[in-house]
Design a protein around this ligand. Sequence first.
Ligand SMILES: Cc1cc2nc3c(=O)[nH]c(=O)nc-3n(C[C@H](O)[C@H](O)[C@H](O)COP(=O)(O)OP(=O)(O)OC[C@H]3O[C@@H](n4cnc5c(N)ncnc54)[C@H](O)[C@@H]3O)c2cc1C
Ligand code: HEM
Length: 410
Amino acid sequence: MLSASSAATVRATLPVVGAAIGEITERFYAGLFEAHPELLRDLFNRGNQAAGTQRQALAGSIAAFATHLVEHPDSRPDAMLSRIAHKHASLGIAPEQYAVVHEHLFAAIVAVLGEAVTPEVAAAWDEVYWLMANALIAIEKRLYEESGGADWRAWEVVERVPETSDVVTFRLRPVDGGPVRDFRAGQYVSVRAELADGARQIRQYSLSGAPGDTLRQISVKRVPGGTTPEGEVSNHLHAHVTEGSVLELSEPYGDLVLTDAPGTPLLLASAGIGVTPITAMLAHLAAAGHRAPVTVVHADRSPAEHALRSEHAAYAEKLPEATVHLWYEQDAPEGARTGLADLTDVPVAPGTHAYLCGPLPFMRAVRAQLIEKGSPRRTCTTRCSARTCGWRRPDDGPQPGGEPHGPVIS
Ligand SMILES: Cc1cc2nc3c(=O)[nH]c(=O)nc-3n(C[C@H](O)[C@H](O)[C@H](O)COP(=O)(O)OP(=O)(O)OC[C@H]3O[C@@H](n4cnc5c(N)ncnc54)[C@H](O)[C@@H]3O)c2cc1C
Ligand code: HEM
């Protein structure tokens, strides 16, 4: 909890800090990467840095944390902390790196706000930073203990399965011959890929196989170029990773997972590459013998572009109370509809738990229709095909420091 004197100072300076977040972020990353170029090369997503996307997430989340501390002094924004800690753990962030971020963040704050940063203001924001950092460090320590540590592990590709013209599934086994740690449906791994210039860039991929599988499975959509450069890691994986290649993977992380609720009706809706975590969820339900109603919704450009199509259908088939609704923009076969997903005449039982994954326009449309039908209690969202992506919970509130990161049903 924030001390009373710091709380008053933070409350008074929040508007100034909030208004300057953009400039603080610019200065922060410039200073950080000048002092530690290896962090841009081998840890942060350099495409996001170049495009300017997601840059405000870090500083913005500290402002959101501060707001929470002054408005709800007796609680912590646990959902936000957990989401960040899972992401950090998947990246292998170490406790000592928090001092490095602190140094460059506070140098940026002083450079931007100048004399407004009195010793009292600096001390109050220091307290906020370390409250948040120590909370994250504690959660990350627990996650590393549970997952066996932050080390990257080498995995050999034993199968490369072309799914569609732009999606490939990789099935991998550990090079060390050790066990494959199980995961919860909805979790992801980080992949650290060494690129042509020697940089080791990290991206997250949902586990698209069945929990309990003795191999790891990810399905990667190639992000094409056009007005912006082509996606670095997805294109590298498509072009250079074949059977026998070795990839570095983190253990599975991610706290937005399918919650076991045996009698609860579920809605699992996906579009495009958003099918990856949803397929793992269907696999889990099929293996668990889930008997309550499951409404399965998927939208894609065409059946040929529907990645994991046969697994998606086979798992749904195993569920006694599943109804499947498919939409394709073209070539819709019998039983599927033509066009974009539209839940108008899809019945959704009261109390349904909904899990959504797909591009932002799909998420917005489905979310709006679910609200019209009477908000389900829980909706998890992500947008997998955009350059920023991450599951969000209904209680996460707005994306810290940026535009909404995905729809949230509250
Ligand atoms: C939890 C989670 C789960 C995910 N699951 C999956 C999954 O199952 N399957 C999957 O395929 N993906 C998944 N993703 C997305 C994946 O992590 C990557 O974001 C995706 O593969 C793109 O990475 P990339 O390196 O190819 O593209 P990047 O190099 O990161 O580029 C991303 C975008 O930024 C643009 N960009 C780059 N540089 C610039 C610039 N200078 N100016 C303007 N724009 C620029 C690119 O054009 C591109 O559109 C997931 C993401 C998360 C967070
Ligand atoms: C209190 C301190 C910190 C806060 C509040 C914070 C906050 C955040 C947030 C909000 C995200 C986005 C999470 C998401 O996508 O869901 C993030 C991602 C990330 N964080 Fe942190 N972070 C902190 C410390 C650190 C440290 C010490 C490092 C390591 C130097 C670090 C490295 C990263 C990286 C690499 C990402 C992914 C972004 C990308 O790849 O572009 N963070 N952090």
